[in-house]
Design a protein around this ligand. Structure first.
Ligand code: UDP
Length: 361
């Protein structure tokens, strides 16, 4: 069986790491399975791309399509043009796409139109918020996917409601958690940790990159200032996404306890999360990691496509109104935050299950 695995952006690299490993393991056990790894180039910055290949020992991509930057439409079009050439030159049995980025959607369309089957890993999750580009990517991808690999029973229900036949949906767990569990003993303390006197439970980690939080400068400023003023002077470590960095220059968010740093590698970032008092974020993947590590998570969004991080895990939706931040932080500091548990099948063995299913198709 010949697979083409697609990855384009930071969360994709984290999701494909265990899949490439599981394919190679199965291969070394004598099964006939190979893969070709296609990097679309959507994230091209070293800190958003190469670092993850190094940190997670992912074999280098077979090809990089080099489509970085540009608007949503330019990116989608660029990826489609180059991926079509790639698939014609290197035909495959199955294209595997992961997550919900532009590359996920663009490559699934190209594959399907060339008559190649598509498997979507992390299929079926929905925020029902169509102002999020990711939600559109999820809906389009799932409308043409052949095999759906899901992280939760809710995702299965969403797919059932779309009329997808049961035999094409596989509830397998979460590949992002495979990566976390297989690296949890390899996490690396960032150099600045001791320099700025951080220790377990005495700091907050902040990440922001969604348009709803970062595109409007006044709102971004209010959000950051509201956080900085209500964390009882604890240091805030803010690894800054390139999208947010563009907005931040020239706005007034200086505060003694705010430490803006470059995006961190996976091992350093999760060291920071594991030891934090809490994480404040608008990321999706991070809410899954905090759930597994049992770290309180305040999500600055009005909806989530990962409801199990709230119903089972440590995550709570605070919303995107900066005024909602103070009450949530008061709750955190009164030590009333929920403890949380582990969602079903988030056990580190998802990629193995996926590859076994692929071989049986
Ligand atoms: N992450 C990282 N370094 C950072 C910030 C995040 O390694 O400085 C990792 C994080 O552990 C998670 C993933 O990036 O695995 C989440 O990516 P992002 O928030 O960009 O995407 P989303 O999950 O919202 O799609």
């Amino acid at each position: 069986m010949k697979l083409t695995i697609v990855a384009g952006a930071r969360p994709n690299f984290i999701k494909i790491a265990p899949i490439t490993k599981a394919v190679l393991n199965t291969q070394s056990n004598g099964k006939s399975i190979t893969y070709r790894l296609v990097h679309t180039g959507q994230h091209y910055d070293k800190k958003m791309s190469d670092t993850f290949f190094e940190d997670l020992n992912i074999p280098l991509p077979d090809i990089n399509l080099g489509i970085g930057g540009g608007s949503q439409a330019e990116q989608t079009a660029g990826i489609m043009i180059e991926f079509e050439k790639e698939l014609i030159k290197n035909p495959t049995d199955l294209v595997i796409v992961v997550g919900d980025v532009t590359s996920t959607m663009a490559c699934s369309i190209v594959a399907k139109k060339l008559g190649t089957k598509v498997a979507h890993i992390e299929a079926g999750i929905r925020s029902w918020d169509l102002t999020m580009p990711e939600e559109i990517n999820r809906m389009v991808t799932d409308s043409i996917t052949d095999y759906f690999f899901t992280t939760s029973r809710v995702a299965n229900e969403n797919l059932n409601n779309m009329g997808i036949p049961e035999e094409r949906i596989f509830f397998v767990g979460n590949v992002m958690i495979d990566t976390l569990l297989s690296n949890i003993k390899r996490l690396v303390k960032p150099v600045f940790f001791d320099e700025i006197n951080l220790y377990k439970g005495n700091y907050i980690v902040l990440t922001l990159h969604r348009p709803a939080n970062v595109d409007e400068i006044k709102k971004l400023e209010a959000t950051i200032n509201e956080i900085a003023n209500n964390v009882e002077s604890l240091p805030i470590i803010f690894p800054i996404h390139p999208r947010t960095a563009k907005r931040l220059s020239g706005i007034n968010v200086f505060s003694d306890n705010l430490h803006i740093v470059d995006p961190l590698g996976y091992l350093e970032f999760n060291y920071l999360v594991k030891n934090a008092k809490a994480v404040i974020t608008d990321s999706g993947g991070i809410t899954e990691e905090t759930t597994v590590m049992g770290v309180p998570c305040l999500t600055l969004r009005d909806s989530t496509e990962r409801p199990e991080t709230c119903t089972i895990g440590t995550n709570e939706l605070v919303g995107t109104n900066p005024k909602a931040i103070k009450p949530a932080l008061l709750k955190l500091f009164s030590n009333e935050w929920k403890k949380g548990g582990l969602p079903e099948l988030w056990d580190g063995k998802t990629a193995e299950r996926i590859v076994n299913i692929l071989l049986s198709l």
